[in-house]
Write a protein that binds this ligand. Structure first.
Ligand SMILES: Nc1ncnc2c1ncn2[C@@H]1O[C@H](COP(=O)(O)OP(=O)(O)OP(=O)(O)O)[C@@H](O)[C@H]1O
Ligand SMILES: [Mg+2]
Length: 436
């Protein structure tokens, strides 16, 4: 700035001196700053030209204000170049990471069109990028459940599919919200073929073994009963025979539960479903629970009689009864049990709460595992096999419902079945029949 002011002052002073000493006419004086202005114009035009052609500004730079402008712009350009380089490097690393991921990754825009996919998406989903860019994923995969799955964006529950292009594959799809715009999705596809087959082998093994054991056990139980009742049986044999009968009954109930679990796992989702009158189902269960408790527990019910649930009657009855019987079996006498069935903003809720001794937090995540019991001895003595909650969980899965377990030691437990609002049905009012 100082240089510019000095240059202007010198130019004007020179002009004034020329005019004053009579070396130039007076009209020349206003023209004296012209070279100064021409220099500015030259640099302005040059800079505009360089910027327009995206040329790199490099020294030497002119002196004065223009030097500062050139220098600042050059630094700015250099910073931009570095930033761009860093961005390119980062994008390349990100691509390399995405390419190395064994899971298929597909980015969908808000209209479910493919924006990008990694190479692993090709063998798993037959999605090739950039070839399939702009196509809809549902159109490529031809899976009827896919569109609602992506639209709803069920982030927790995966969808298992067998893709058309390779029927030997079993792929698990998960959806993750993605990007800045609403409706954009990241689809993660994982090859679960091995896991699926192993699971099938385990399922078949359990089903077959249980099935095979059932008949011999029925025969043994039958003979034990005959022997226990026969008058010729010596008196000292009666007690062991009764114990054997009791154990055979237990084994029978374990086998029945295992078969129920296998059936729940094997049957498709399309088992008989319809409106279930939950209140009517609960009535005999509560009576049975009262009989089981034999007056040692207080059972309170808050049941909406007009609220129906779309589902499978037999499966729901088994799940609800298990939760109610658990509250009786696994709590001390004097416990208060509350059975609730009501509609809520989150959907239809069935819950069984007790103010019993509760369950320690470390057991809660494992309660729905097969044969898992908090206290093996006590549960067995109470007649439990530890399969009940596993059955409940399976039944709820088949009804798109969640099992929520909340429990505090010394305060009690609450088991809640949360059904989606779409499964709740409020009974239409009965038409009044006019008396004749
Ligand atoms: N209301 C409850 N209060 C305290 N503990 C409970 C309660 N409900 C379940 N449990 C614990 O969870 C375990 C698992 O329950 P689950 O219903 O799976 O098996 P079970 O009742 O022992 O046997 P089954 O239901 O197969 O006859 C039980 O053994 C018990 O320890
Ligand atoms: Mg149980």
């Amino acid at each position: 700035m100082r240089f510019e002011l000095a240059a202007l002052a010198i130019t004007l002073a020179l002009g004034a001196a020329l005019v004053l000493f009579g070396m130039a006419p007076a009209w020349v004086w206003p023209l004296v700053p012209l070279p100064y202005l021409m220099r500015h114009l030259y640099h302005l035009v040059r800079l505009t030209h360089l910027i327009r052609r995206r040329q790199r500004l490099s020294p030497p730079f002119p002196r004065g204000l223009w030097g500062e402008v050139y220098g600042s712009l050059a630094r700015y350009q250099q910073r931009g170049r570095k930033g761009r380089k860093r961005q390119v490097r980062f994008t390349r690393r990100f691509r390399q990471a995405a390419d190395a991921v064994p899971d298929g990754l597909v980015i969908l825009d808000k209209l479910q069109r493919i924006e990008w996919a990694n190479p692993a998406a090709a063998p798993l989903l037959d999605v090739h990028w950039p070839r399939d860019e702009g196509r809809r994923l549902s159109e490529l995969l031809a899976q009827p459940d896919l569109t609602p799955f992506i639209e709803v964006g069920e982030y927790l529950r995966p969808l298992e599919i067998t893709p058309e292009h390779n029927r030997a594959l079993m792929v698990s799809l998960r959806i993750a919200p993605f990007g800045e715009h609403k409706g954009e999705r990241l689809v993660v596809a994982r090859d679960i073929t091995k896991l699926y087959h192993l699971n099938m082998i385990r399922r078949d093994f359990v089903a077959n073994a249980s099935h095979e054991l059932r008949t011999p056990l029925t025969v043994i139980a039958g003979f034990l009963e005959n022997l226990a009742d026969a008058p010729a049986t010596p008196v000292n044999h009666r007690r062991p025979l009764t114990l054997m009968q009791h154990q055979a009954k237990r084994m029978r109930s374990i086998i029945d539960d295992l078969l129920t679990l296998s059936r729940l796992e094997m049957d498709g989702q399309d088992t008989a479903q319809g409106p279930v009158d939950v209140a009517a189902e609960l009535e005999p269960i509560v009576h049975e629970a009262l009989a089981l408790s034999d007056g040692r527990h207080r059972i309170e019910c808050s049941v909406d009689p007009e609220l129906l649930l779309i589902g499978n009657q037999v499966e729901l009855r088994s799940a609800f009864s298990n939760l109610i019987y658990n509250a009786v079996r696994h709590t001390a006498p004097g416990t208060r049990i509350c059975v609730r069935w009501a509609l809520d903003a989150d959907g239809a809720l069935f819950s069984v709460a007790d103010d019993g001794e509760g369950i320690a937090p470390e057991h809660l995540p494992r309660l729905t595992e097969r044969f898992y019991r908090v206290d093996q001895g006590r549960s067995r003595a109470a007649g439990g096999t530890g399969l009940g909650l596993a059955i409940v969980k399976h039944v709820l899965n088949r009804h798109e419902a969640n099992l929520l377990i909340a429990s505090t030691l010394g305060k009690g437990s609450r088991f809640t079945c949360q059904f989606p609002p779409g499964r709740a049905l409020v009974r239409p009012p009965q038409p009044l029949i006019a008396a004749a």
